[in-house]
Design a protein around this ligand. Structure first.
Ligand code: ATP
Length: 442
């Protein structure tokens, strides 16, 4: 960050930019909204797709990882085997006065209600299962209850043998997936940090028992580096290893990669060494053998151990937006500029094409440039307002480059290209424009 720059200070500035500029809208807004559900608008979905593509390429364009896309609805026994039906709950308390709900582990029950200030008004904590259930088929009986998956991981575990055998994989190898997950969170909020419907990008890496520690360390570094490569600043990232009390009963090691959001440090990704718990459970409940036959070791049979990397797509996108949001010359009315310094490969719009004025001779040149570039990169054609206003608008949505076509362009067959971060402008010949961007954006 440079000296005259300020970071995002509070989430409401970002929420309002996201709404104003078409990144993220409240779900069902015209009906008053639906709690903690959000819709991605035109710019939001570009950013999200870019992020998912970056993850997908990093995680599956390698010899040892394959991808899947499993169904959201799964056999109910999956969730019995995984432990979600019995254990996927948070302790819930209600305030008897104002009826607000809280997670008992997140507030001090000996203090007054944080919402209404009533003293000693909490109910006894009770376990609240976070899974959404629904009915499958036309007849509503208990046997047709299915769940919206609360994580994508189980779709990978139940396909371990399908992927291993069809793709002829040898250990160690991984299976990756991006998909929606649903949790009936007790206290959702902080914009898209904690929602009831979200997307996860998960990978389960299957290894020989005894080798899990090395792979846990390896994946921890690979995943940390991925966040740095997305442009997140090092000082805003840290590891939070799970201590004795935090570790899930089946895990032999776990940590979170945390980001410092304006609301404080929060988990963005979990790296878990899950032992052979999941495949063993599925073997027991499905009665299907989940062992791997290791041909490199005299056909020794064993249930693989698993290293999991699990990152929330929406939460990661939130971190990227928070990190990129800068206010330059804060408080200086003339020179204040809000700019999203987002990595060009993630930016929703790569190039803004701006004819200086609404004149047919300028527009015909501008349209030609736009049509050529827009085949390769998502571009925006903008005619409305002064050129200064249009630059500011592109800065606010993180567009790395703007091309301006002016009257000189008609004579010198060149345009001005402006860089978002440095605001420097270069004159580039029109026949070199495509090369200019392929050098910088590919
Ligand atoms: P938390 O402690 O924040 O509830 P968790 O430990 O339950 O998270 P995991 O089950 O490990 O989370 O899920 C992996 C990732 O999925 C998290 O690191 C987070 O990025 C994302 N995630 C989990 N729950 C939500 C949610 N309700 N809304 C948005 N993202 C979520």
């Amino acid at each position: 960050m440079s000296a005259n720059e300020e970071n995002l200070m509070n989430m409401s500035d970002l929420t309002s930019l996201c709404k104003r500029r078409g990144f993220i809208f409240q779900s069902s807004e015209i009906y008053g909204g639906l709690g903690s559900c959000w819709d991605y608008g035109p710019l939001g979905i570009e950013l999200k797709n870019n992020l998912k593509e970056t993850w997908w390429k990093a995680m599956t364009y390698r010899e040892d990882v394959e991808g899947v896309d499993a169904a959201i609805l799964m056999h109910p026994l999956v969730w019995k085997a995984s432990g979600h039906i019995d254990n996927f709950s948070d302790p819930l308390v209600d305030c008897k006065q104002c009826k607000s709900r809280f997670r008992a582990d997140q507030i001090d029950l000996s203090k007054p209600c944080p919402d209404c200030g009533a003293e000693g008004s909490f109910t006894e904590p009770r376990e609240f299962n976070l899974m959404f259930s629904t009915q499958m088929g036309a007849v509503t009986t208990d046997s047709s209850t299915v769940y919206l998956r609360p994580e994508t991981a189980q779709g990978i575990f139940v396909n371990f043998h399908n992927v291993q055998s069809t793709m002829r994989k040898k250990l160690p190898f991984g299976i990756a997936q991006i998909g929606k997950a649903f949790r009936n969170e007790i206290t959702p909020g902080n914009f898209i940090f904690r929602t009831r419907e979200f997307e996860q990008m998960e990978m389960q890496y299957f290894v020989r028992p005894g080798e899990q520690k090395d792979f846990y360390e390896k994946w921890r570094e690979i995943r940390y580096q991925w966040h740095l490569d997305n442009g997140l600043r090092k000082e805003k990232l840290r590891f939070h290893p799970h201590g004795e009390g935090e570790l899930a009963h089946y895990a032999d090691a776990a940590l979170d990669i945390e980001y410092e959001f304006p609301i404080g440090w929060g988990e963005m990704e979990g790296i878990h060494s899950r032992t052979d718990f999941d495949l063993k459970q599925h073997q027991e409940y499905s009665k299907k053998n989940q062992a791997y036959v290791d041909q490199t070791r005299n056909n020794e049979k064993y249930i693989p151990y698993v290293i999991e990397t699990s990152v929330g797509c929406d939460r990661c996108l939130l971190a990227i937006l928070c990190d990129a949001y800068r206010v330059e010359n804060p408080g200086d009315k003339e020179n204040q500029r809000v700019v999203l310094k987002i990595k060009p490969s993630l930016a929703p719009i790569k190039v803004g094409v701006l004819p200086l004025m609404k004149k047919p001779e300028l527009e015909s040149v501008a349209k030609k440039i736009f049509d050529g570039l827009n085949k390769k990169y998502k571009c925006e054609y903008d005619l409305s307002g002064s050129i200064g206003k249009r630059y500011r608008r592109q800065d606010e949505i993180g567009t790395p480059y703007c091309v301006t076509i002016d009257y000189d362009s008609l004579d010198d067959k060149a345009v001005t290209i402006r860089d978002r971060d440095t605001m420097t402008q270069e004159r580039v010949s029109i026949d070199q424009v495509e090369k200019y961007f392929s050098d910088r954006l590919n």
